[in-house]
Structures are given as structure tokens and as C-alpha cells.
Design a protein around this ligand. Structure first.
Ligand code: F6R
Length: 600
């Protein structure tokens, strides 16, 4: 369980705990802080057993305390559970249970569910001939409003484990003489590669030898076993200091993997296996709506530029969390595309479901095979970037852009994009892994630049057109891992307000690429310089930048327009990484963040 928790620590890391069925009964340990604190406690306690549940927490209700850490045990000691998600009606549940004599030790919503299951378990008795533990779980879940992925144990059934999900992911791992439940395949790939993806409103009951799935309303469900073919070492650190560093350096390979087998024989277009839409249907699409959160939302903004430019299809980009409650009118020929690395982000999933409910065709661009978003969309494209563990997304971002560039090419070639243009684009895309490798060789030089700027508390990222989303991403990367206040702006928009921030202590990172707009970008640099702002310029080789106009310059190879957003992303990732290291920040586990956000 500790191995599993460590592999899942990127999902939450403010406290952790576990409960084990030992030969002296169920024993529970919780610690605040990282999983290593729990491990140290367990080294002293020397617990052993064959069944248990464990959890690493990202606080939603209540402070970071041992009392609020999971597992939560009912006040009669009969039920313990770990829970991801949010029980929205827990206040009413708690009031009801208090009247029935149950007491509460924590401020969490999860404890209400353990007491509710205990209440139903006490009422159930053994007379019905059914398993009262399983009956109690199912009955309780019928009263839950909100989301859950749970694992539940009961000391009266020390060989049995129950799991259930609604909204939060849960998978079953089928091992040799052992069975497992986890909220992410990463937690169990070192034990087994055979998994069953549980669907919403399903409950699994298992022993080490067997398992069965029913719905919350007690209907039998047939399990479909999938094989996860991830290389388990891909989720390990190897010789790197941080996952973020490892994943930045993996990009030549992850980008190559995203392209593998996806170009036509004549190298003039892309081919995708799983869109589930034929060419005729795709030609009828007259609008595309992209939905995502965070970094993936920035990839959508890049997609907007690329698809509008190369395929001439109007594109809109929405924050998934806004779209799902906005009831936006959509045209019937709109294709909805959700981008999500994890495939489990609850807002993106909610928005996708809302689009499906309204009858729109949906696709997902996703990095996690078998994730909920991948399974629920009508078709999709896997990124094949390999597991991303670092909380700050890097290789998943560039791989999302790569897939969007290929999609722009594919849609363009179904419409007006010429054969010759297609050939040029495929050539440019194929050259990306090598060019990314060249930029990575500048790691030390970029680290030296980062060192100079790590002391400032504010930073602007400025770029025009395709570089605007990269500016947003640069600001997000820097702020999330170094806690420096950073903002991304279209470079020309800066004059309409943010320019007030420019001073000696607020440096700007300019993203300048060759092309029509370059001189205009340069004019924006002049505006910053005129106000004593320090300038770090990331520019393609072709751009001529007058001496003394910028304080530091980082170059990326000259390249085709379509690949600029990928190449320009690499220096901002390395810059943020080194700034954060210089400031002594925990790069892989930045404060307050969690990798996949499975709560609204
Ligand atoms: C930032 C970051 C987040 C994610 C966002 C969406 O570095 O990683 O902003 O991009 O939480 O996650 P996915 O792509 O898993 O839906």
C-alpha cells in the first residue's frame, strides 16, 4: 500500500493514512505531511496484514490534521473508508446521524459516509441471507449526492473489500492471489497490468481470490478486463532529481510517440484511428468547441490558432468549469473536443457530459488510456506521452499541441490545404523531436538565466498570436512551482493596463518568433525597456534583435509556424523549473496543488 501511495502522491500530499487487518484486529495510522511520514510511523509499528485501505489526501473539507486524514472510521468502529470526491449533502447526513447517536471526530464530508454505512450496517443484521456489509454500502450510496471513489472495510469481514465510484475514478486490479482497488492505474502497475475500469454507480465486492460488480441498485455487471501496457519504470524517477525535470527531458520521445504511425503513406496528412467520424462527417463540421482546464486549456488556445489557420474551421475555447453551467447555444454541426492529460478532471468530464447530453459529437485528446473521459467520448486521440507524474504539466502540454497540430493538418487536408502545404507540415512535425533535443542542450545556459531572475516576486510573460497561449502557459508554470506572481498577456494588450506593473523589479519574458508580427513584438519590447523593465527574450534564430534591447536571450531553432508553440514551450519550462529550484521550492509537489483535480 505504501508503494501505491507513493506512486499516487502527486494526486494529493497534505496527509496520509491507512488501516490494516492485522492478527490483532484492524489497526489504523495517520500522519500529516508527506507519505514518508506515514512510512516512518509504520517502520516503528511493524504492522502486517493481508487486507487494508490507504489514502493520500488533498484537503477539500477541513484543515490538514491527523483527524481529517483518511481512513475515516465510524464512531461504532464498524466501518472504515477512504474517499475521493465531495459528499455534497453531508451536512444533512451528519445531523441525521448525530440524532441516531453517531459521533464525529473530523471536519470532513467523508466521515459522514462512514457513519451512514455503519448506520445501515447496524440496521441490516444478518437475517436477510445477503451480505450485510455489501448491502449497507449499496443502501448508503443511494442517499449520496455528490461524487465519490471509495474503498471500504469492516472488521467483521476481515477478508473483504468493497469499492464504489460516482464521478471520481476507481479501477480494479486483478493480481495473482490478490486483488486491488485504486483511483489511478499508476498505483498498481507494479502489482498487475490487468485492470477493470469501474463505471459510475457501480460497486465492487472483492476478496484476494475473487471479485464481483453490481450497480448501486443491486444489478449484476459483467466485468471487462483490460491490459495496461505501460512500462512500469516510466512512472519512476530513474537518474533525474525531479519528475518535472525527467518529463521535460522526455519530450523528444513523447513527441515522437504521439506521431508514430499517424502520417499517411504519401506524407501529406495525418491519420487517426479512433475518431469514429468519417471524412464526410468531418467535412460537415462547421465549428469546433474545445473544452479543458489549466494547461490543457492553453493547448486548446493553440489549437484555435492552428485549426483556424490551417483548416479554416471556426474554433471556440471554453473553460470546462464555465461551459458546463452556462447553457451556451451551439450549432448542430459543432464538434466538441475535450483535452485532458489525466482524463479524470471532473470539470472537463462534466462539460463533456453536458455536450453529449445535448447531442453533440464529442472527441477527447487524452493521455491516460482507459480514463473516464476517454471512455465517455464518442472518439478520441491518445497522446501516448507516457505517465506524467510531476504536478506541473510539461510533456503532456507539448504532446497535446502536437496532436492539435496534426488534427489541424488532417482537417485542413480534408478541405482547402494543398498537398504541398501538407508535405511541408509533415516534414516540420517530424523534425520536432530533434529540434526539442537541441533546445534541451541549452539547459545549463537557461539555468544561469533563471538564477538571475529567481529573486523577483513578479514577472510578465508576453507574446502575440500563437505565442499568447505560450505566454499564459509560461506564467502558469512559473507561478505554480515557484510561487512568483506571474501573468501572461498578448504583448500589445500590455499597454492597456499591465504596463503599470513594469519597473526594475518586474521582469518580462518576451516570446518572439520570426514572421509578419515580429517587428510589432519588438516595438512592445521597446515599450518595456523604456520603463526600465528587464527583458528576457525567447526568440527563434531568424529574429534580429538589436543589441542592448534585451537583457538575456534564449534562442530556439527557426521552424515552420505550426511547430513554433512546441519549440517555444521548452525554454519556458526549463526557466520555471530552474527558478523554482533556485528558490528552494518542491518542484514536483507545489503547495496546494494536486495532479488530477477530481473535485469541482
Ligand atoms: C498545470 C496543470 C493543470 C492541468 C489541469 C487539467 O501545470 O497541470 O493546470 O493542466 O488541472 O488537467 P488535465 O489535463 O488532467 O485535465
Amino acid at each position: 500500500m505504501l508503494d501505491g501511495l507513493k506512486r499516487l502522491e502527486y494526486r494529493g500530499y497534505d496527509s496520509s493514512g491507512l488501516i490494516v487487518a492485522t492478527n490483532k484486529g484492524f489497526e489504523q495510522v495517520k500522519r500529516t505531511g508527506r507519505v514518508v511520514n506515514l512510512e516512518e510511523a509504520l517502520d516503528e509499528l511493524q504492522y502486517g496484514g493481508n487486507l487494508g485501505i490507504s489514502h493520500t489526501r488533498w484537503a477539500t473539507h477541513g484543515d490538514v490534521t491527523e483527524a481529517n486524514a483518511h481512513p475515516h472510521t465510524s464512531s461504532d468502529g464498524k466501518i472504515s473508508l477512504v474517499h475521493n470526491g465531495v459528499i455534497e449533502n453531508y451536512v444533512g447526513m451528519k445531523q441525521f446521524l448525530e440524532k441516531k447517536g453517531y459521533t464525529f471526530q473530523s471536519e470532513t464530508d467523508s466521515e459522514a459516509l462512514s457513519n451512514l454505512i455503519a448506520y445501515h450496517y447496524a440496521k441490516e443484521g444478518r437475517a436477510s441471507g445477503k451480505n450485510p456489509f455489501l448491502e449497507a454500502v449499496r443502501k448508503s450510496l443511494r442517499h449520496v449526492e455528490g461524487t465519490y471513489g471509495i474503498a471500504v472495510v469492516c472488521p467483521d469481514f476481515p477478508l473483504e473489500l468493497i469499492g464504489a465510484r460516482k464521478g471520481s475514478p476507481l479501477i480494479i486490479g486483478i493480481g495473482k492471489d490478490e486483488n486491488l482497488i485504486a483511483s489511478d492505474v499508476n498505483a498498481i502497475t507494479h502489482c498487475t497490468q490487468n485492470v477493470v475500469y469501474l463505471n459510475d454507480n457501480e460497486v465492487v465486492h472483492m476478496t484476494n481470490a475473487d471479485f464481483s460488480i453490481t450497480t448501486v441498485s443491486s444489478k449484476n455487471v459483467e466485468a471487462v478486463i483490460h491490459k495496461v501496457d505501460w512500462d512500469t519504470s516510466a512512472a519512476e524517477l530513474g537518474d533525474y532529481s525531479h519528475f518535472m525535470e525527467k518529463e521535460i527531458f522526455e519530450q523528444p520521445v513523447s513527441l515522437q510517440n504521439g506521431m508514430r504511425g499517424r502520417f499517411s503513406d504519401d506524407s501529406s496528412t495525418a491519420v487517426f484511428g479512433g475518431l469514429n467520424l468519417n471524412s464526410q462527417e468531418l467535412r460537415q463540421i462547421d465549428r469546433i468547441l474545445f473544452l479543458a482546464c489549466g494547461t490543457a486549456w492553453h493547448a486548446c488556445l493553440v489549437a484555435e490558432y492552428l485549426i483556424e489557420r490551417f483548416a479554416r474551421i471556426p474554433v471556440e475555447v471554453e473553460y470546462a468549469s464555465e461551459f458546463r453551467y452556462r447553457n451556451a447555444p451551439l450549432d448542430k454541426n459543432t464538434l466538441v473536443i475535450a483535452i485532458s492529460q489525466s482524463g479524470e478532471t471532473i470539470d472537463t468530464l462534466g462539460a463533456l457530459r453536458e455536450a453529449k447530453r445535448k447531442g453533440y459529437r464529442t472527441l477527447a485528446i487524452n493521455n491516460s488510456v482507459g480514463s473516464t473521459i476517454a471512455r465517455e467520448s464518442d472518439g478520441g486521440i491518445y497522446q501516448h506521452a507516457g505517465p506524467e507524474i510531476g504536478v506541473a504539466s510539461t510533456k503532456a502540454f507539448t504532446s497535446q499541441i502536437m496532436i492539435c497540430a496534426m488534427l489541424a493538418l488532417y482537417l485542413g487536408r480534408l478541405r482547402d490545404l494543398s498537398y504541398e502545404d501538407g508535405i511541408q507540415i509533415v516534414k516540420a512535425l517530424r523534425g520536432v523531436p530533434e529540434q526539442v533535443g537541441q533546445i534541451l542542450q541549452q539547459n545549463e545556459a537557461i539555468a544561469a538565466v533563471a538564477k538571475k531572475y529567481a529573486k523577483y516576486e513578479d514577472c510578465l510573460f508576453l507574446g502575440r498570436q500563437l505565442m499568447f497561449p505560450i505566454a499564459l502557459e509560461g506564467a502558469l508554470k512559473l507561478k505554480e512551482i515557484s510561487y512568483i506572481h506571474a501573468e501572461g498577456y498578448p504583448a500589445a494588450e500590455m499597454k492597456h493596463g499591465p504596463i503599470a506593473l513594469i519597473c526594475e523589479n518586474c521582469p518580462s519574458v518576451f516570446l518572439a518568433t520570426s514572421g509578419e508580427i515580429f517587428q510589432k513584438s519588438l516595438a512592445n519590447v521597446q515599450e518595456v525597456k523604456a520603463r526600465k523593465g528587464k527583458v528576457i527574450c525567447i526568440a527563434t534564430e531568424g529574429c534580429e534583435i538589436p543589441d542592448n534591447l534585451v537583457d538575456d536571450i534564449i534562442r530556439v531553432p527557426e521552424c515552420h509556424e505550426i511547430v513554433k508553440p512546441i519549440l517555444m514551450s521548452i525554454p519556458i519550462q526549463l526557466f520555471s523549473y530552474h527558478v523554482a529550484l533556485e528558490r528552494g521550492c518542491d518542484v514536483d509537489k507545489p503547495r496546494n496543488l494536486a495532479k488530477s483535480v477530481t473535485v469541482e
